[in-house]
Design a protein around this ligand. Structure first.
Ligand code: UGA
Length: 449
C-alpha cells in the first residue's frame, strides 16, 4: 500500500492507543497527517514507538513501521506533546462498569480533564475534539458543555465501526463516516476541518452523514446491538433445529438469501463475545432504562441471555458425552480468542467454556495461533500450546470454539490418528460433519443434523 499525500495535512492527536486508537493513529499518518498517539501506558507507548504492535492485528505491524519511518507518526505519554494539534481524537475504552450494565466513562472524562488546559493554550485557534469511543447516548452533549468557555474549540462525535481482524482496512476505507454535531442545521467550520482529516476517504466516495450528537451515538450502539440480535436469533433457531432435526446451516442459508435479511451474522454456534458486542448491548439496555424506555428494551436482555446460554448449552453437550462425569477427562479446545484473526480474549466464549470445564475437573488443553500467550499469562490452570498437533495428542474430546482457518481445514483422518477418542464438538458450525464422521469421528454441531 502506498501513501497518497493529501493537500492539507493536519496535526492530529489520538488519545488512547488501544486497538481503535493505535490503528486510527497509524491510519491517519498513512493518509498524510502528522500524528501523535498518546497513552498513559508507558510500556505500550514504548512498544508502539519501536514499531512493535502490542496486539495481533493483520497488516497493523507494517502500517505502523511504515509510518514511523516517515516521521509523521510518533507516540508519547504527555499531553504537552499534543498541545499544538488541530484535531484531538478520543479513542479511549468504555468498558462495562464493575457495578452494573452501563459503560464506564472514566477514561474519557479523565482524558478530557487532562486535555482542557492545553486547549486553552491555543488562544482561539480552531481546534476540534473528536470522540470515536462508543458512549451512551447523551454523553457528547454533556462533554461539549465542558468546551463552551473555549472559543474556537468544538466537539464532534465520529463513531468507529472497525472490526478486529479487519481494523486496518475498516479504518482506511470505512463503509460510512458519521459526524455527530451539536446542531446539524447549522453548517459549522468544524465539519470542514473533519472533512480535511478524511479528505482521502471522501475523495473515494465513502458516504458521509452529519447528524446531531444523539443520532451519531445511537448509530453505533444500534449497529452493535442489531448484530448481536441477529446472532442470538439464529442461535435460538439452532436450538429448535436440535430438537426437531432441522439443520441451522440450511435455515440460515435460505433465510439469508432474502437480501432484506442477508446471510451475514447468521452463523450459529457458541455465540458472540469480545470487547464490543456484549458491553454495547448491555450499555444500551442500561441507558434505555435510565431514559424511561425499559420495557421496549427488555428483549435485549433476552438477546444477552440467549447468548450466554449458548456457552451453557455447549457445556451440556460435553457433559452428556461423558455421561455427566468430567473428572480427569482430557479435553482440547481449538481457539481461545473471541474470534479468529485477533489475540483478543475479552469475554471470549471459547475461553469461558474451557475455564468452566476446568472447574468441573476436566484436564484442559487450549490452543490458539495468536492468543496463546495472553491465555498462558492469565490462566495457569490450562495447558496452553500454539501447536494444533500437540493440542490434539491424547484428547478424549475436541471442541472447535474459535474458527481459525487452520482448524476449519483440519484433516479429520490425520486428526483421528492423534487423539485418544475421536469426538468433536464444532461450536462454530464450520466443519463438514459428514467427512469427519466418515473418518470415524463422533462429530456434533450446534443445531446441525
Ligand atoms: C464489532 C462490530 O462488528 C464492529 O462493527 C464494531 O465497530 C466493533 O464491534 C466495535 O464496536 O468496536 P468485533 O467486536 O471486532 O466488531 O467483532 P464481530 O466481528 O462483530 O464479532 C463479534 C462476535 O460475534 C464474535 O465472538 C464472533 O465469533 C461472533 N459472531 C459473529 C457469531 O457468533 N456469529 C456470527 O454470525 C458473527
Amino acid at each position: 500500500m502506498t501513501s497518497t499525500h493529501i493537500d492539507q495535512p493536519l496535526r492530529i492527536s489520538v488519545i488512547g492507543c488501544g486497538y481503535l486508537g493505535a490503528v486510527h493513529a497509524a491510519a491517519m499518518a498513512e493518509i498524510g497527517h502528522e500524528v501523535v498517539g498518546l497513552d498513559v501506558d508507558e510500556r505500550r507507548v514504548e512498544m508502539l514507538s519501536r514499531g512493535d504492535a502490542p496486539f495481533h492485528e493483520p497488516g497493523f505491524g507494517e502500517l505502523l513501521e511504515r509510518n514511523l519511518a516517515t516521521g509523521r507518526l510518533s507516540f508519547g505519554t504527555s499531553y504537552a506533546d499534543i498541545a499544538q494539534c488541530d484535531v484531538h481524537f478520543l479513542a479511549l475504552g468504555t468498558p462495562q462498569r464493575g457495578d452494573g450494565l452501563g459503560a464506564d466513562l472514566s477514561h474519557i472524562t479523565q482524558a478530557m480533564e487532562s486535555l482542557l488546559p492545553h486547549l486553552r493554550e491555543r488562544n482561539g485557534k480552531r481546534t476540534l475534539v473528536v470522540g470515536k469511543s462508543t458512549v451512551p447516548v447523551g454523553t457528547a452533549r454533556e462533554l461539549s458543555a465542558l468546551l463552551s468557555e473555549l472559543p474556537g474549540v468544538e466537539l464532534l462525535w465520529n463513531p468507529e465501526f472497525l472490526r478486529e481482524g479487519f481494523a486496518v482496512a475498516d479504518t482506511l476505507t470505512p463503509d460510512r463516516l458519521v459526524y455527530g454535531v451539536a446542531d446539524p442545521e447549522q453548517s459549522s467550520a468544524s465539519e470542514a476541518v473533519l472533512d480535511r482529516v478524511y479528505a482521502r476517504q471522501l475523495e473515494q466516495g465513502i458516504p458521509r452523514r452529519v447528524y446531531n450528537y444523539e443520532s451519531a451515538e445511537l448509530v453505533k450502539v444500534s449497529a452493535n446491538s442489531f448484530l448481536a440480535t441477529k446472532i442470538s436469533f439464529i442461535n435460538a433457531i439452532a436450538e429448535l433445529c436440535d430438537i426437531t432435526g432441522a439443520d441451522v446451516a440450511d435455515v440460515a442459508e435460505a433465510v439469508g438469501m432474502d437480501d432484506r435479511i442477508g446471510r451475514k451474522f447468521l452463523q450459529a454456534g457458541i455465540g458472540f463475545g469480545g470487547g464490543c458486542l456484549p458491553k454495547d448491548l448491555r450499555g444500551l439496555i442500561s441507558r434505555a432504562g435510565e431514559l424511561g424506555a425499559v420495557d421496549s428494551f427488555a428483549f435485549l436482555r433476552e438477546i444477552d441471555t440467549i447468548n450466554t446460554g449458548r456457552r451453557d448449552y455447549a457445556l451440556q453437550i460435553v457433559r452428556r458425552h461423558f455421561s455427566g462425569d468430567l473428572n480427569g477427562r482430557r479435553i482440547t479446545v481449538l481457539g481461545a480468542a473471541f474470534k479468529p484473526n485477533t489475540d483478543d480474549i475479552r469475554d471470549s466464549p471459547a475461553l469461558d467454556v474451557a475455564l468452566r470445564l476446568l472447574v468441573e475437573g476436566a484436564v484442559m488443553t487450549i490452543t490458539d495461533p495468536a492468543a496463546a500467550e495472553a491465555v498462558r499469562m492469565r490462566h495457569p490452570g490450562l495447558t496452553v500450546t500454539t501447536s494444533t498437533t500437540e493440542a490434539l495428542e491424547g484428547a478424549e474430546m475436541v471442541l472447535l470454539l474459535t474458527e481459525w482457518p487452520e482448524y476449519r481445514s483440519l484433516d479429520p483422518v490425520a486428526a483421528a490418528g492423534l487423539v485418544t477418542a475421536p469426538a468433536i464438538l464444532d461450536g462454530r458450525n464450520v466443519l463438514d460433519l459428514g467427512s469427519w464422521r466418515d473418518a470415524g469421528w463422533h462429530a456434533i454441531g450446534m443445531g446441525r443434523r
